[in-house]
Design a protein around this ligand. Structure first.
Ligand SMILES: *Cc1c(COP(=O)(O)O)cnc(C)c1O
Length: 352
């Protein structure tokens, strides 16, 4: 049975025997080797995909949410609140339902993928769409959580980061050591900081012999780490990383600096191309934000960044089914309807 990340990595997490554990069996996600994609990117690269889309609510957010909700319950909280580009609210709503507490959600109007919105709805969250972007929604829920007895479960909640670092543990456990590079999409930037924290903790414990270089990728229209300051109106089709004012700004810069990694950005066109490439060459369906690091690796390889044989891990943060509209659009799907007739099918398939 899947125990979830708290039981699995209890020694590394701020829990006690008194902590009521709220879990849906998150973690233990597949690390999939991607030889075709690696060949496409750089012939001397071994590439592994950490497929976080198969967590219980379809994104890595569940790793942090199991801990955030468990600790909220331990502290006697009866309600939680979050702003979200979609996946945080999906996860918060599910874990709150599991815990039997209320969940309030603020979303940027019209900018949340249908699958994610549907999850918050079905799990019974109280949902408001605001006429503003994620950054404004986050500011609002921060203030509300200061004035009312409602626990903030955005990634400012320190337990979120603690839970999310367990993905780095799983990668090291499976590979037997840390990779040379770890590539990851960056929005609010907590996840890149959490991975770095996880890699460092395992290294200090002597579980690994090295530390990876952290490679953080953003969309061109939402790239505060590339321009060097927060931006007011972020835009990208990769809505999970449509963030202009990252909450974990300093921690993410530390991860980049300490690891000797970098931040890079890619265009929406490059994201969509990598998104299709991932699905067609490896059979892995991840949401558009996850294609940013794939596109980014392609860009870096073309610029001659990878010179020696290396092992690279990529976090695929969320499942592709979250956002089916984008998938159909990206593939220009136009169904061909024909008579239910043998000859017609053979002709239409160009078989005879
Ligand atoms: C939340 C999320 C991100 C961004 O993670 P941050 O910790 O905010 O940088 C990327 N991709 C997906 C699918 C997400 O849900």
């Amino acid at each position: 049975m899947r125990k979830g990340i708290i039981e699995r990595y209890r020694a590394y997490l701020p829990v006690s025997q008194q902590t009521p554990i709220v879990t849906l069996g998150e973690g233990e996600t597949p690390l999939i080797e991607a030889p075709r994609l690696a060949q496409h990117i750089h012939p001397a690269m071994r590439l592994f995909l950490k497929y976080e889309g198969v967590n219980p609510t379809g994104s890595f957010k569940d790793r942090g949410m199991t801990l955030a909700i468990s600790k909220a319950l331990e502290a006697g909280s009866r309600a939680v609140i979050c702003a979200s580009t979609g996946n945080t609210s999906a996860s918060a709503a599910a874990y709150s339902a599991r815990a039997g507490i209320r969940c309030y959600v603020l979303l940027p109007h019209g900018k949340v993928a249908l699958g994610k919105l549907t999850q918050a709805v079905i799990h019974g969250a109280t949902i408001l769409q605001i006429e503003g972007n994620f950054d404004e929604a986050l500011q609002l829920v921060r203030t509300i959580s200061e004035h009312y007895p409602i626990t903030l479960v955005n990634s400012l909640n320190p337990y979120r980061a603690e839970g999310q670092k367990t993905a780095a543990f799983e990668i090291c456990d499976e590979l037997g050591d840390a990779p040379d590079y770890h590539a990851i999409p960056v929005g609010n930037a907590r996840n890149i900081a959490s991975y770095w924290q996880g890699y460092k903790e395992y290294h200090v414990q002597g579980k690994t012999t090295r530390l990876p270089k952290m490679l953080g990728f953003q969309a061109e229209g939402a790239a505060p780490f590339i321009v060097g300051h927060p931006i007011p109106n972020p835009e990208t089709i990769a809505t999970a990383i449509r963030i202009g004012n990252p909450a974990a700004w300093n921690e993410a810069w530390s991860a980049q600096r300490e690891s000797g990694g970098l931040f890079e950005c890619v265009s929406d066109e490059e994201i969509l191309e990598a998104y299709r490439l991932l699905a067609t060459s490896e059979g892995v369906f991840a949401e558009p934000a996850c294609a940013a690091p794939i596109a980014g690796l392609i860009k870096l390889a073309r610029a001659g960044y990878f010179t020696a044989p290396c092992t690279v891990t990529v976090t695929l943060t969320g499942h592709g089914l979250k956002d089916p509209d984008i998938a159909l659009k990206a593939c220009h799907y136009a169904p061909q309807t024909i008579p239910a007739d043998y000859d017609a099918v053979v002709r239409a398939l160009h078989l005879g």
